[in-house]
Design a protein around this ligand. Sequence first.
Ligand SMILES: Nc1ncnc2c1ncn2[C@@H]1O[C@H](COP(=O)(O)OP(=O)(O)OP(=O)(O)O)[C@@H](O)[C@H]1O
Ligand SMILES: [Mg+2]
Length: 445
Amino acid sequence: GAAILTSLFIISQVQKKMHFLKAAGNYCLEIQQARRYEKNFFLYGTNLGDALENIYAARAILERDASKFESVIGRENFETMLGHIENYEKLLKSLISNKNSERKHKIELELREHGAEMVSLAMSLVEKERQSIKNMLNISKRLPLGFLIVLLVLIIYISNFLTRQMIGTLTRFVDYTYRIAKGDFSPIFPARRYRDEFTNLGIAINMMMEQIKKHQEELVQSRKMVAVGNLTSGIAHELNNPLNNISITTESLLDEFEGLSKEEIKKRLNDIYTQTERAAGTVKNLLDFTRKEEPSFVPLRINEIINSTLRLTENEITLNNIILENKLDEDLPKIKGDFSQLQQVFLNLILNAIQAMDRGGKLTIAAQIEDDEFVRVDISDTGIGIPEDILPNIFDPFFTTKEVGKGTGLGLSVSYSIIQKHKGKILVKSKLNEGTTFSVYLPKA
Ligand SMILES: Nc1ncnc2c1ncn2[C@@H]1O[C@H](COP(=O)(O)OP(=O)(O)OP(=O)(O)O)[C@@H](O)[C@H]1O
Ligand SMILES: [Mg+2]
């Protein structure tokens, strides 16, 4: 754009100067011709009237193109030229009319001097403009090249600037993805004041994280239902036992009521009461576990969580010929967490352990203080173990080695994300055909 404007400016200037040169050229011809007549007059005494004709013509040129002259050579120069020609004309006229030879000689000298000055000024102005046109044309010849260079430098500078900006932002976004992969879903704040593609990307990622968080919560909930499904036979058993006892005791009471002592009746009613309590406890435990609640982080007794989880799995444990070794320290400090979610973690780990020992074995649950920060719970089995090559994958969603219908591969992945939300960690040690230990670290309250 600038190049085009500059070129147009130069072209219009050159055009103006060319007009001037044409008029000034004619002007010069006229005054040079006048001087030739003047010379003839001195040499041969010819008529000066012809010179006067040329001077009139020259003056007409000046007057006709006055604005052109003025705009090119400036008002001052133009007025000097006009003054010259008027003066010359005056001198010529007075030379023609003067008969006094003494005076005539003086005027002659003045005329020659003045004529020379007049011509040389005109010629020098013409020469100056001719030179200026030449310069301008030279410049306009180099102009495209100059602009090309400026343009190139500008392009290189801008592209450099943009790449640096982009790469900086991209690096930031790479850091975000690592952070997100680690489970930190705190929103991304735009680093710029103005809204650009990167801001939009940030907004999109924030939306994506919202969705992931929502889906993860849904997943935790649906996992609970799957776990409960796995436990159905155990729970049925849990409820069936007290119901059977109640039924038998009530029947015996009805049959033998008349012959029983008050003491005996009271004892059997007490039995019935205990059994209803037991059934109600099971139902409550189940309801607590499946209830969908916003996780709330409060100080909890780890032993309570584990024992209530074990109660849900008691039946699976006995059915699979598994010996349970409970090594929970009695006076552990409280940890900070959500009861139902932690129950789910331990349920997943215990069920995995049970499923790894289909020919029986020993399940050990130990809890102790790890350090100033954490309480550690170890869940160990003497099952099949985990092959080293799949160890890095077991926490991946949908990774399972169990046959279709037996496992969804979500137990560990959900457990992992729950423990992460608790700012704890979960580690695994395993030896093929010997057994596996999962260690859960939970921060003290
Ligand atoms: N205690 C363990 N002993 C041996 N292998 C285990 C143990 N715990 C987990 N694994 C391995 O890790 C895989 C993933 O476990 P995860 O609990 O995530 O899924 P799953 O048990 O297969 O299915 P789901 O828990 O959804 O019913 C299992 O399929 C199994 O191969
Ligand atoms: Mg599992």
